[in-house]
Design a protein around this ligand. Structure first.
Ligand SMILES: Nc1ncnc2c1ncn2[C@@H]1O[C@H](COP(=O)(O)OP(=O)(O)OP(=O)(O)O)[C@@H](O)[C@H]1O
Length: 677
């Protein structure tokens, strides 16, 4: 009999009413019940007596010092006894309706009592008693309850089900996995999570159940991915020495992380399935070089690449770098954006169609009508362009199932990357190029921002440039602009003699781009801006990032903004000007002062805010796990992913008996959750 089809009605004491109450909590079967997990455990602190406070729930070892008295109020009994706690403190214990314990409370007997301390009466109202010196369970699971069903009632039902059906709980994981990771069996884990005798029980039980949960999730992702890989791509004949030849073009050596990512890409290109790889890099870690290597390798294999940026100015920036590095090796690079028109556009289109252009750098314009490649083999895009089905179809028309490389400008914890992009392979750039000067981050109270201006003036006088970011305002654009304008006036006063400009969200994109260009070219000394400052903009001469209202920004945003400086040979500064009063705001600023590492910051962000909040992914299919926690359990996610990959690659996974229970669990999970494409 499968517990998945056994109704909770089989349990003694569950009639129609309880059945309905359980159903309201989503519990229909014994299997549902056993997999209803506690959301916390109430710890029974074993505090020494002098620390007991009125109302505390405490557990104590005590010796009975007689006399035991029982009084009756109607049908209810009240029993009291004098005991000595911890061998020293005399206390009166009180039991309601537990007179049946009387015969056990013999003089001099050691008992362990748990109850609530009443300071005024100096009495402990006992709810649980154990004998023989055994330790009472220290952790009591607490379940999400409803008004019809208390946590305690749910726990009782679960314990009954566990006792009655323990032998019918199947082992869902293949034995080899259970052994390899020394996991508890499914049955042991259920006992551990619902009836722990120590924190270690809960830890082991969780480890096993989270692994299983993540494994099921990853198998689904891998399965989706294998479907996606069905339309065969092609193996690209990249020469063995491609990486060496690329490195010879560079002004300085690649970081180890960059080289590793390039090797990952080479391996992908050589496989006949289309590449789907995400480059996860911290700000300034040099993602563009890696992307350009991929384009170069494809060029050597006689294919064409397209590199798509979210804005024209970023496309220009990439095109310039691509020309600098690759043209000397005979790679023809062209820029194609909305502003490229007329004869110039015709010339570029012709080059793409004939195959003379190996690398097209541009914006969305690359996808528009009339843009034809002779043989588009690689598409490099920004994370923001995560393609929908329609776009993918359009691309397929332009090339034959091209390889795809995606760049992510926001470091996110690896776990989350795996969870969100589990259908892609991930390379991480967690290392900055040598010779970067660390950015000095300082927190300044807004009333003391004179110091900020002193520092900016000093830097500008040295020929450097500065960004000043105006506070983000939730109320909307209008206030945003007003506050930015106000700040702009102040900055102008303080920086008299320098050229200061204002950039805000209500300017047209052409105006914004013009302004950014002027800043990039050094024609503007200080740029006051709302958060429209481009992600990814690379102005190595800028050395100050002053952020007003820093308490209102999220950690990821602060880190992105800070990443706009420290990109050249000069020492740089990030000034967080704030009026932080809330605990959370202070924690964010503190984190920024402590570390420059984007991945660490992302982890902290996740801890402080939770994944749903951080990425607004509630609707977009980031699954919510019953037990697993992406912030805490990322290692388990990594292992689960490897194992899932290995499993789905085995032909017999889909029919062999050893995987039957796992397939059943998978089917159940698939029925419950639906994923985005
Ligand atoms: N290994 C390296 N050694 C020295 N300089 C490098 C190296 N790799 C990249 N650079 C340079 O570092 C700067 C930052 O690189 P890039 O713009 O690719 O960063 P990024 O990873 O895209 O970061 P962001 O997301 O902050 O824009 C560029 O000027 C680039 O030429």
């Amino acid at each position: 009999m499968s517990l998945r089809s056994l109704s909770v009605r089989v349990l003694p004491g569950v009639g129609p009413q309880k059945e309905r109450a359980l159903e309201a909590l989503g519990i229909r079967t014994i299997d549902d019940l056993l997999h209803t997990y506690p959301f916390r455990y109430d710890e029974r602190a074993d505090k020494p007596f002098p620390e007991w406070r009125d109302g505390d729930r405490v557990t104590a070892r005590a010796v009975v010092e007689g006399p035991v008295q029982v009084r009756w109020r109607g049908s209810k009994s009240i029993m009291t006894a004098r005991v000595r706690v911890d061998g020293q403190y005399p206390v009166v214990c009180l039991w309601f309706s537990q007179h049946y314990l009387r015969s056990k409370l013999t003089d001099g007997r050691l008992i362990v009592v748990t109850g609530k301390w009443n300071e005024a009466l100096r009495r402990l109202v006992v709810s649980e008693t154990s004998f023989g010196g055994a330790q009472a369970p220290a952790w009591v699971p607490v379940y999400r309850a409803s008004k019809d069903l208390s946590s305690r009632a749910i726990h009782q039902l679960i314990l009954k089900a566990l006792e009655q059906y323990a032998d019918d709980i199947p082992e869902s994981l293949p034995y080899a996995l259970v052994r390899k990771y020394r996991l508890w069996t499914h049955r042991e884990a259920l006992f551990g999570i619902h009836r722990p005798t120590s924190p270690e029980d809960v830890r082991q039980a969780r480890r096993r159940l989270v692994f299983e949960e993540f494994l099921l999730f990853q198998i689904q992702l891998q399965w989706l991915r294998s479907k996606r890989e069905e339309p065969a791509g092609r193996a690209q004949p990249v020469p063995r020495d491609a990486l060496t030849r690329f490195e010879a073009l560079l002004p300085s050596p690649m970081t180890n992380a960059q080289r590793q990512a390039c090797e990952d890409i080479l391996r992908d290109l050589e496989r006949p399935v289309p590449m789907a790889r995400l480059i996860q890099g911290d700000v300034g870690s040099g993602k563009t070089w890696v992307a350009l290597f991929a384009c170069f390798a494809v060029h050597l294999a006689r294919g064409q690449s397209a590199l798509m940026a979210p804005t024209e100015i970023l496309a220009e920036q990439h095109a310039r770098l691509a020309r600098q590095l690759l043209e000397q090796a005979g790679v023809r690079v062209e820029l194609l954006t909305g502003s490229v028109t007329g004869r110039e556009r015709d010339r570029v289109l012709q080059g793409l169609a004939s195959g003379d252009v190996s690398l097209a750098v541009g914006t969305h314009a690359l996808l528009s009508e009339g843009v034809e490649f002779r043989d588009l083999a690689l598409l490099v895009t920004d994370e923001q362009h995560r393609f929908g089905v329609a776009q993918r179809a359009r691309l397929r028309e332009k090339g034959r199932a091209p390889d795809v490389l995606m760049l992510s400008a926001t470091p996110i914890p690896r776990t989350l990357a795996l969870a969100i992009y589990g259908d892609m392979d991930v390379s991480v750039l967690n290392e900055l190029p040598k010779g970067r000067k660390p950015i000095q981050t300082l927190a300044v109270r807004s009333s003391e921002d004179e110091a900020v201006f002193r520092l900016i003036r000093r830097e500008l006088a040295r020929g450097r440039q500065a960004y000043v970011v105006a506070p983000a305002i939730e109320a909307g654009d209008r206030d945003d602009v007003a506050s930015a304008t106000e700040l702009y006036e102040r900055v102008r006063e303080h920086l008299a003699g320098f050229r200061v400009e204002l950039l805000h969200g209500r300017m047209s994109s052409a105006e914004k781009e013009r302004m950014m260009r002027a800043f990039r070219d050094g024609d503007i000394h200080a740029l006051v801006a709302t958060t429209v400052i481009e992600v990814g903009i690379d102005v190595p001469n800028a050395t100050v990032m002053a952020i007003y209202g820093a308490e209102r920004f999220g950690l990821a945003q602060l880190h992105q903004l800070r990443g706009r400086v420290g990109r050249g040979p000069h020492p740089s500064y990030c000034l967080l000007i704030h009026d932080a009063s809330s605990e959370a705001a202070r924690a964010r600023i503190e984190t920024m002062l402590q570390t420059n590492d984007g991945f660490e910051i992302a982890e902290r962000d996740l801890e402080l805010r939770g994944p749903g909040e951080l990425f607004g992914l509630k609707q977009s299919g980031l699954p919510e796990f019953a037990l697993g926690d992406l912030a805490r359990d990322y290692r388990i996610m990594e292992v689960a992913r490897e194992e899932a990959l290995a499993l789905v690659r085995r032909d017999d996974f889909w029919y062999a008996p050893w995987a039957m229970e796992l397939r059943n669990a998978l089917k159940e999970a698939m029925d419950k959750v639906s994923y985005r494409d």
